[in-house]
Design a protein around this ligand. Structure first.
Ligand code: GLN
Length: 317
């Protein structure tokens, strides 16, 4: 087994950069259009708050769909598992993240799971607060606590673009309104969804989210239990089955711990009891997952032996 060091990560980043040629950068996210497609960065944080990193870790990007795990965390904390899963399913969809057809062909009363767009919009609709500002500020405040980054904020330009170009998401939302799957105000729910998608981060910030989950919702620095552990277990299970959309099976096999991607090319990984991982590789494949980032994640898991299904075997060795 390899040892986790900055040099080890440096080598892997160099090895994996060429995989960025297999993907493309999403051009319609402002700021992202100018990003070099060969960028690749990784940050890993262990349970002693020790940070390891390599590559383009200064790159700023928006959470995009990686925010879906944050929204789910908020809704679970606000309402608990029973109520949340009355409004959204927990089964893998096995299709593209913004699929429309599955809303009608499966169960019209709720979208497949919180990791696809329809499910995340339904989850955002649940987050408590008197108006969109208050609801968004609750999310941001929680995320600032988790990342220990008080300057974390929404990228206004990305938000405006998400809103302007959000017709696919709007159609998902209005379909759910028509079937009664969402009872809340649709435009407000979409607005909150767009804002949460547009929170700007670095690999360090998302590695902090990963390590917070890896620590079962306990803040590493303050020792405070911010979210009950059973909610984190629920989120991680759903990340494992649906976090990488229709590549979730491949990642369960090849990586073997909970991960969640976003179309900005980011991936949040959480190795229970061990590490939080943040990766950025802006070139993504047609399924919405970073090509170089995905390769890097697989090599990290293999070489550091992080697959959670080998834990028992490792303990016996
Ligand atoms: N903002 C994108 C959307 O809502 C996020 C999708 C993603 O990251 N997979 O479609």
């Amino acid at each position: 087994m390899k040892k986790l060091t900055n040099e080890f990560l440096d080598e892997l980043v160099t090895e994996c950069k060429p995989y960025s040629r297999e993907g493309e950068v999403v051009k319609d996210i402002p700021g992202q259009d100018a990003v070099d497609q060969n960028k690749l960065g990784v940050c890993i944080i262990d349970m002693n708050d020790q940070v390891y990193s390599a590559g383009d870790t200064d790159l700023r990007f928006t959470l995009q769909s990686a925010s879906k795990i944050v929204s789910l965390m908020m809704a679970l904390d606000d309402f608990g598992k029973e109520e949340v899963f009355q409004n959204v399913g927990m089964e893998p969809m096995g299709d593209f993240y913004n699929s429309i057809s599955h809303l009608e062909s499966h169960d019209v009363s709720k979208p497949f799971n919180p990791m696809v767009n329809a499910g995340a919009i339904a989850v955002a609709a649940m987050i408590k607060g008197k108006d969109t500002d208050e609801r968004f500020n609750r999310v941001l405040k929680r995320l600032r606590q988790i990342t220990h980054n008080n300057s974390l904020k929404m990228n206004q330009e990305v938000y405006e673009s998400e809103k302007r170009k959000g017709d696919r998401n709007r159609s998902l939302a209005y379909f759910m309104k028509s079937t009664g799957a969402i009872a809340h105000d649709i435009e407000e729910s979409l607005d909150l969804y767009f804002r949460i998608n547009s929170i700007e981060v670095t690999t360090t910030d998302i590695a902090k989210i990963g390590v917070f989950f890896a620590n079962g919702g306990l803040c590493l620095r303050t020792g405070k239990q911010l979210i009950p552990m059973h909610h984190i277990n629920t989120i991680e299970a759903i990340m494992m089955t649906s976090g990488m959309y229709n590549e979730a099976g491949k990642y369960a096999v090849e990586v073997g711990f909970p991960v969640k991607s976003g179309v900005s090319g980011c991936i949040v990984g959480s190795v229970p009891g061990r590490y939080g991982i943040g990766i950025i590789g802006p070139a993504i494949n047609e399924k919405g997952n970073s090509t170089a980032g995905g390769e890097l994640l697989q090599r990290i898991s293999r070489q550091l032996e992080l697959n959670i299904f080998s834990v028992i075997r490792q303990q016996k060795d």
